[in-house]
Structure formats: structure tokens, C-alpha cells
Design a protein around this ligand. Sequence first.
Ligand code: NAD
Ligand code: ZN
Length: 348
Amino acid sequence: MLGIGKTGWIEKERPNCGPMDAICRPIAVAPCTSDIHTVWEGAIGERSDMILGHEAVGEVVEVGNLVKDFKPGDRVIIPAITPDWNSVAAQGGFAMHSGVMLGGWKFSNFKDGVFGEFFHVNDADGNLALLPDGLDPAAACMLSDMVPTGLHGSELAKVEYGDTVCVIGIGPVGLMGVAGAVLKGASHVYAVGSRPDCVKIAKEYGATDIINYKNGDIAQQILDQTNGIGVDKVIIAGGGCEILETAIKMLKPGGCIGNVNYFGDGEYLNIPRAEWGVGMGHKTIAGGLMPGGRLRMEKLASLLVTGRIDTSKLLTHRFKGFDKIEEALMLMKDKPKDLIKPVVTIDW
Ligand code: NAD
Ligand code: ZN
């Protein structure tokens, strides 16, 4: 990112490795919708000459002298969110906000990201996870962000056995939201989307009903399909600022919204007064940055190893070679109809 609205290639010094850190090089990377918010919407403000990218599987090339569990040559999953695990926020259970709100989101925000020949990972023992043998690095690259974020949607929404769940937005994050809701025991899963490829894969991940905004207001469609009652839980993984209002309208009293969507513009989010029970509807709104860290990466990787989640379905566009990263990023920006997630693998 050269500046807001501008991308290109630059040369930078190889980053230095602190005593607890690692330097890695990428072997699979993926651009994220968040990169698009960052560059083309200026959502986190001005950044100049910042290397983008926060989704990677890589190879460790150097570790600091205090790193115990990783060594050069290890193939690792790098989470998009790399908290400081010795921070007070981590002790409070919200490591993703270490230092400052959203402080665990370092790559392509506070520091250079993973679209470089070498990149820096803070707190290597706390943040890296070994890539399990046999996992395709491209499919495993979805563990950096898409799997943990989509599944966090169902955690934030507190999905329980038998819940009816609506997942708004079925890009890669929402599709993982569908998979997460199903793993947590949802009964009906209403997936809101219209692109045929996303709809097909949402059904494969376990969506029972598809809601298309082209058929009218989506909150009304959910109410119509649930005898006016609404759903127990809503996962928001797409849409603009108006989508929160929609989610509240389709939610039962006592229900919970898990938002993982990045609201990239606008000043305020609106809460509809009457549908929020004039302040007394027990409708919870929870929004969160996905938790990063090694334990979570290891656990989520085991869902791929055991076949509980097949992330290869998300990979609609595969590229080979470091110099293809730009093409993959532009694809993410332009979002052709058949795109779910592009991935770039790199042989060094
Ligand atoms: P995406 O753009 O590929 O998918 C979003 C989907 O929502 C698209 O298919 C789009 O057509 C759909 N959509 C847009 N408006 C809609 C509406 N009104 N109703 C229903 N669907 C609508 O994005 P993604 O990669 O799946 O990511 C989803 C969101 O999650 C993005 O905002 C991204 O920045 C954010 N994100 C958050 C975290 C986190 O830690 N919380 C991590 C990664 C990504
Ligand atoms: Zn991301």
C-alpha cells in the first residue's frame, strides 16, 4: 500500500528479529477483504509504503534466542492476529486487544504484512503453529483468518444445539460462519446471499435455507419463514452499516448477534428502537476481532486434519509465484462473481 487507493511494489529492508520473534517467508498467502477496506476505503486511515497481507502459511527462516518451540525450516501457520501474550489484555481474556483496541491486528495495520519476501512475527512461541503434515499449504492458509473469523462469528453469537441461525453474507468468512454454526449444533441455518457459487458451497457446509436479498427485505423474509418469530442467533459477515439494523429486526428476544464484519465507513451504526424492545428486548450485540494465537491455530488446524472443515472449497482462484500477489489482490478488489477466495502459493 503506497497510500490510500494506491498499491505497487517496493523494496524494503529485511525486518529484524527480536529475542522472542521469528522471521518467516511466505509459502502460501491470501488477500483479504480487509486489505481492500484498508487500501481503497482508507478504513484505518493513511498508511504509506506499508506491506499488505495478513493471511499466510510460511517457513521460519530465523528465530530469536528466547524462542523455544520453533526453528528455521519449520513450516508454520501464521495467524492474522498476533497478540502480545504477556499483556494485561491477554490476562483479561482479550489478547486480540493487547496494547490498544484491535492491537493484536499488527500485520498490514501497525506493521508490515506478509506480502513480503520476509516478514516479522512477534511472540513466535505464542503465535505460530506448526503446519500439520499432509495439509495443503493453500488450504491451511485459510486458518490464518477465514476459519478463525467465521468460527468466531458463531462463538460471539453463542450458537447452541438446535438454534436457528441466520448468516448474513456468504463470502469466505460467512461460509466459515455457516460451517461454525453447524459444528456448534445449529438446526436451521439461513444463509443470506445470491451468488450461485457461494450458495452452492453454503449448502455444502450445511446451510438449510438460502435467503436472497433480491426477493425483498431479508429481515422480513426471515420473519416470514419463522412465523414472525425470527431466529435465535445472527452472524454478520457482510454488508454495510445498515446490516446491524437488519440483524436486530430478524432476531428473537433473548437472541444474540455475532458480528465479525468490518464496518469500513460511516460514523454510526443504528439500533432500531422498537425492534430492540425499546431498550428491553434482551437482544445482545457482540462484535469481535478474531482471537489469534498458537493454541487456537493448533485446534482449528485439527478441524482440517480430521476433515470437519474442508477449506479447499473456498479456493476458487489459485496462483503460483510471489509476483502473482498483486493479481490476486486486484481480484479481491474487483470481486468477480465466481470469486470466493484467491490464494497464491510460492516455491522458493
Ligand atoms: P466478502 O466481501 O468476500 O464477503 C461478504 C459478502 O457479503 C459478499 O458476498 C457480499 O455480496 C455480501 N453482502 C454485502 N452486502 C450484503 C447485504 N446487505 N446482505 C447480505 N450479504 C451482503 O468478505 P469476507 O472476506 O467474507 O469478509 C467478510 C467481512 O469480515 C469483511 O468485512 C472483512 O473485512 C471482515 N473480516 C473481519 C475479521 C475479524 O477479525 N473480525 C477478519 C477477517 C475479515
Ligand atoms: Zn483478514
